[in-house]
Ligand binder design. Structure first.
Ligand code: PLP
Length: 781
């Protein structure tokens, strides 16, 4: 790379890739090629190689780029959030922030496929599983899932598979994004969904559950109410149906856990255990259940066994459930999940221990009771008989809800607007008594009236949990949750586990088909900037200008690199990108009245997530033979395309293939499928090999996902986080994912529903890819 003598000297391109020219020459010699240019010409088929320059600009200096990004970040206005809806302010213990979230020894670990180099992280994940299992009072928990809404969708799929019934009920007081994600998933899986009122027992009793696979409730509900679901659980069990409880780990330190009122599956988000909101993610979700359902569980499960010397050793367990073995019979398509965030949440429990967690929960509940007492005194209507933990739903007395919402925004607070004249307020670990005071003033309390002061009320209110709701059982009794409470102990524990693991700090990790890339420090720094980290995903969009500038630029860059017309940033991993892309294909066929185009051709060499995603997107998988190099058997493809031409919906093809090969006849493959009425889904997880050299959108793909946690430098985090945005051609744009709470700017007019809890997936890790692209510039990429 050449650079102007007066330009910044801290350019990154030559630091990003390790080898110097001599080393590159030596590598070229060993594989018998004269130059990189020649190697590229020999590798990428001439029919698709194009050398049009990318449109991402000149490479930038690290220092200058970060100060530019800081200015952009400051365009986000981070208000105090009382919105709730499953996302909460939380205090990341600094010892965890610095030594896990910001520590490459943890965030650059690869997925734990090789147990012997992953012992530290596997122990941390066992802690997460134990924490979830204890708090939910269900014996088996996984580590981990992508977000609460998809966790409920996964639980629904479990219920369907266990009971072999096809109707699922979801309570109307679940978070709206959860209901929407479940509806999206149900539609593609052919499951019938009914939204019902769990408090209306007469109606559900007369309906009966004999045809029902399961029922999902939110505990506490989205409006804060905590109800008893024992009777519902009994009725479901009598009908051999299952109860799923979407729940809140912090509340469970005080209230009866799902396993004790009859829930068969508990799911939720562990976000408020020290993981910043990040405008929607990434955070770890969890799923816990009874042992008898373990083979139907999605996501990774860590177990303990013994090595050849009899020493205890951690490993991934019961992998026969996973897609790389079961393929289209897998229980789920989840692959990369949220390991780093699960580790943080587990460490939060290790650091605070059972007593610390209970104290945090009691304080949140005490402040909520204080606020409730103050608001009642002011004449506001709040459900008199409702038992709540951290959330109140208020019907304003005299003022109208819009005025109060606006007055709150003037004071840099966001309340929840239920849209029916009622308002929601959710408190969290970061809320102070002064902020409760401020809320009371917003609702009209007189500053000079001592008797309505928050502190006075705090001393008066009832903070005990009513016996019928109170948790009686203990939790987190394992020594790990009762030992590391000083910062020194915690630091040593984190460092000890880190030393039992392998990361990019030690070596390259040549595993799997994944492109491992440097996760540059400048790329990582913005993740924990408060302007990116502390935003609630449903904050009014005019407070997120910084994020929107970043999203739009990233979407444009990714569209340019892939040759597509538009990009959606919603999918939270490659698996979710596959699912989203396939749904856009189905929606396209349906829009043309071709509803029975449900065959998806998938080469036998494809990554395991492909067939699993195809099935949950409602396709029938027809395998295509491959040769020993992973190349598609063109005769078999032609025959199958012909055989299924009336029903051909799509092909899923990984390019370059999982064997690392650029098949020369890719254009022909796309043509065969198009000629028979199907569309082409290109698995672009390893887009790294194509950036700047060829564009899927230009050689025949209709939709493609990118694993930003491979090609675009988001670290693997030991098995997540990740991001799997999709790019689509013009004709698929109208179907790009929507979201009913905050409509993404890229949502199509005939959008498929939301497929992630947050409209833009996991925004706080998008600056990583943005910085990488901007640092490298067109030529560097
Ligand atoms: C080729 C390929 N496709 C799809 C995936 C699935 O992506 P994710 O793990 O992010 O769900 C992966 C990686 O894991 C992959 O290597």
């Amino acid at each position: 790379m050449t650079q102007a003598p007066h330009g910044p000297l801290d350019q990154f391109t030559f630091r990003h890739i390790g080898p110097d020219p001599a080393e590159i020459d030596s590598m070229l010699q060993s594989i018998g090629s004269d130059s990189l240019e020649k190697l590229i010409n020999e590798t990428i088929p001439a029919s698709i190689l194009e050398r049009q320059p990318l449109n991402v600009g000149e490479p930038r200096g690290e220092h200058e780029l970060l100060s530019h990004l800081r200015t952009m970040a400051k365009r986000n206005r981070v208000f105090k959030s009382y919105i709730g809806m499953g996302y909460h302010g939380t205090i990341t213990p600094p010892v965890i922030q610095r030594n896990i979230l910001e520590n490459p020894g943890w965030y650059t670990q690869y997925t734990p496929y090789q147990a012997e180099i992953s012992q530290g992280r596997l122990e941390a994940l066992i802690n997460f599983q134990t924490m979830v299992s204890d708090l939910t009072a269900l014996p088996i928990a996984n580590a981990s899932l992508l977000d609460e809404a998809t966790a409920v969708a996964e639980a629904m799929a479990m219920c369907i598979s266990i009971t072999r019934r096809d109707t699922f009920l979801i309570a109307h007081d679940c978070h709206p994004q959860t209901i929407e994600v479940v509806q999206t998933r149900a539609k593609s899986m052919g499951v019938k969904i009914e939204v019902f009122d769990p408090s209306d027992s007469d109606t559900w009793k007369s309906r009966g559950f004999d045809d029902v696979a399961g029922v999902a409730v939110q505990y506490p509900a989205t409006d804060g109410r905590i109800d008893c679901y024992e009777a519902l659980a009994d009725a479901l069990h009598n009908a051999k149906a299952l109860l799923v409880a979407a729940t809140d780990l912090l509340a469970l330190t005080l209230i009866k856990p799902p396993g004790e009122f009859g829930a068969d599956i508990a799911v939720g988000s562990a976000q408020r255990f020290g993981v910043p909101m990040g405008y929607g993610g990434p955070h770890a979700a969890f799923l816990a259940t009874h042992e008898k359902h373990v083979r139907k569980m999605p996501g990774r499960l860590i177990g303990v066994s013994h090595d050849t010397h009899g020493n205890p050793a951690y490993r991934m367990a019961i992998q026969t459930r996973e897609q790389h073995i079961k393929r289209d019979r897998a229980t789920s398509n989840i692959c990369t999940a949220q390991v780093l965030l699960a580790i943080m949440a587990g460490m939060y429990a290790v650091y605070h221990g059972p007593d610390g967690l209970r104290r945090i929960a009691e304080r949140v509940r005490g402040l909520t009771q204080t606020l409730r007492a103050g608001l009642r005194k002011l004449g506001y209507k709040i459900d008199e008989d409702a038992f709540v933990f951290d959330t109140l739903r208020i019907r304003p007395a005299s003022a109208n809800a819009d005025d109060l919402l606006n007055a709150a925004r003037d004071r840099e607070m966001n309340l929840r607007d239920f849209g029916d004249g009622t308002l929601g307020i959710t408190l969290d670990e970061t809320t102070t008594i002064e902020q409760v005071e401020e809320l009371l003033h917003l609702f009209g309390a007189d500053r000079s009236d001592e008797s309505s002061a928050a502190l006075t009320l705090w001393n008066e209110v009832e903070r005990r949990i009513p016996e019928s709701f109170a948790r009686q059982s203990g939790y987190l009794t394992h020594p790990v949750f009762n030992t590391h409470h000083s910062e020194t102990e915690m630091l040593r524990y984190i460092r000890t586990l880190e030393s039992r693991d392998l990361s990019l700090c030690h070596s390259m990790i040549p595993l799997g088909s994944c492109t491992m890339k440097l996760n540059g420090t400048s790329e990582m720094l913005p993740v924990t900037w408060p302007e990116f980290a502390n935003m609630h995903p449903f904050a009014p969009v005019d407070q997120a200008d910084g994020y929107f500038e970043l999203f739009e630029q990233l979407e444009d860059w990714l569209a340019d690199m892939t040759g597509f017309a538009a990009v959606s940033l919603q999918p939270n991993a490659g698996s979710q990108g596959e699912y989203a892309g396939l749904l856009t294909i189905r929606a396209y066929h349906e829009s043309r009245g071709e509803t029975d185009r449900d065959v998806c051709l998938i080469p036998l060499s494809a990554h395991g997530t492909n067939p699993a995603s195809a099935v949950i997107a409602g396709f029938r998988v027809v395998p295509i033979k491959c040769d020993d190099h992973g190349n598609i058997d063109m005769d078999d493809l032609a025959a199958k395309a012909e055989q299924h031409q009336e029903k051909l919906g799509a092909i899923m093809i990984t390019y370059p293939s999982t064997h690392g090969v650029f098949e020369t006849n890719i254009r022909d493959i796309c043509k065969v499928v198009h000629d028979h009425g199907g569309l082409v889904y290109l698995d672009g997880a390893n887009m790294n090999a194509m950036v700047g050299l060829c564009k899927p959108g230009a050689f025949g793909a209709d939709v493609c996902h990118l694993n930003l946690h491979k090609t675009f430098c988001i670290p693997h985090g030991g098995g997540g986080p990740g991001m799997g945005p999709i790019g689509v051609v013009e004709r698929l744009k109208p179907f790009l994912p929507g979201h009913s709470v905050v409509k993404p700017k890229t949502a199509g007019e005939q959008a498929i529903g939301a497929l992630a809890a947050a409209p833009y997936g996991s925004p706080s890790i998008l600056p990583i890819s943005w910085v990488y692209i901007a640092l490298m510039g067109s030529e560097g990429l």
